[in-house]
Design a protein around this ligand. Structure first.
Ligand code: BT5
Length: 326
């Protein structure tokens, strides 16, 4: 019924009378009013005027299955798409759905995550309605050793999606962050399930701070949002579409060679600290060198003070600039 009411509001330029809605849908005024409230909760701005009815004033920043269904311009990714009001983590939800047989390309979004997660058990702040908390499910046929490169394709897609939607230029902090003006805007978490050295499924999780105005104190000096950087709110549904669409393009390119041969030039052009001193925080200790960009395997090449070049594998390390987070 909610979908039908939304459709009628969209089709009508002026007001749709409440009475007419009740009669044509065969429901009470209260039922109509409840649907209107739900639509407002989703982000639609609806004007209600006595004796005239309801009018859709603005589609606002709505992130619903209907809105995304209308907007999505991908070829296959997200044709199966689920939006939750609240989940623990969209990555966890995607994994649960994968275990129950969900199809490749399934996309899961949530208005809010109660236990959003980063790497190695870290927390990911996911406040309601102001970010893109999204995961998608893949069932690729390549070997597990290629999987870490999916994080890199996702980072490129986020950077591209943001550029196309807002015109803002952001940078990639290898392997899984997107930064802008030295602050973290997005984090990516790729998880994989394997059996007998074969991939059962992969979940790529993307968290983008879109319209967040304020962050908790622990991260307020390192985190930022598109709203804070651009000075105006960004429509999340449009950005979701652009990111997913860009990802499909990069993934197609990646599948041709199963490495970054065709993508590494573009990746390195977006890489923060390329050609500069970085610190490598590895389990064995911290060391410093000059970042030379990624190679075709997606490893970060770092030149040590003795001139030797060390490929750094993602997974166990973090990279920092020498002066702080970036
Ligand atoms: C990440 O981990 O950056 C991966 C984050 C992935 C989040 C997405 S949201 C959709 C999907 N579902 C999930 O549950 N996760 C994925 P890592 O590199 O470990 O960074 C985590 C660190 O970033 C934390 O320890 C904080 O310092 C910081 N942080 C937490 N929330 C943040 C936020 N919203 N913005 C910027 N920084 C944040």
């Amino acid at each position: 019924m909610k979908t039908e009411i939304l459709k009628r509001l969209r089709e009508t330029d002026g007001y749709v009378s409440g009475q007419e809605l009740c009669e044509s849908l065969g429901v009470s005024r209260t039922a109509v009013w409840k649907c209107i409230r739900q639509l407002e909760d989703e982000g639609y701005v609806i004007e209600a005027v006595r004796n005239r009815g309801y009018r859709l004033a603005d589609s606002g920043d709505v992130l619903s299955e209907q809105e995304l269904g209308r907007l999505l311009s991908t070829r296959w990714l997200g044709k199966n798409l689920v939006v939750f009001d609240e989940v623990d983590s969209t990555n966890n939800e995607a994994r649960r759905m994968a275990e129950k047989g969900a199809l490749e390309g399934t996309v899961i979004l949530a208005a809010r995550q109660t236990a959003g997660k980063g790497r190695r058990g870290r927390n990911w702040e996911s406040p309601r309605g102001t970010g893109i908390w999204m995961s998608f499910l893949l069932r690729p046929e390549f070997e597990p050793s290629h999987a870490s490169m999916l994080t890199l394709t996702a980072a490129m897609a986020v950077a591209q999606g943001i550029r196309r939607t807002t015109g803002l230029d952001c940078q990639i902090k290898w392997p899984n962050d997107i930064v802008i003006n030295g602050k973290k805007l997005c984090g990516i978490l790729t998880e994989m399930s394997t059996e007998d050295n074969q991939i059962r499924y992969i979940v790529v999780g993307i968290g983008i701070n879109v319209n967040i105005r304020e962050f908790p104190e622990e991260i307020s000096s390192t985190a930022t949002s598109l709203l804070l950087e651009s000075g105006h709110p960004v429509r999340r549904a449009v950005l979701v579409d652009q990111v997913l669409r860009a990802w499909e393009e990069y993934y197609t390119e990646f599948l041709k060679t199963l490495d970054f041969q065709n993508l590494k030039k573009e990746y390195n052009a977006c890489l923060v600290n390329n050609g500069r001193q970085v610190q490598i925080l590895a389990p064995q200790g911290v060391w410093t060198g000059v970042s030379l960009g990624i190679d075709r395997e997606g490893q970060l090449l770092v030149e040590k003070p003795d001139g030797s070049i060390e490929p750094v594998v993602s997974g166990e390390v973090s990279v920092r600039g020498v002066y702080g987070y970036v």
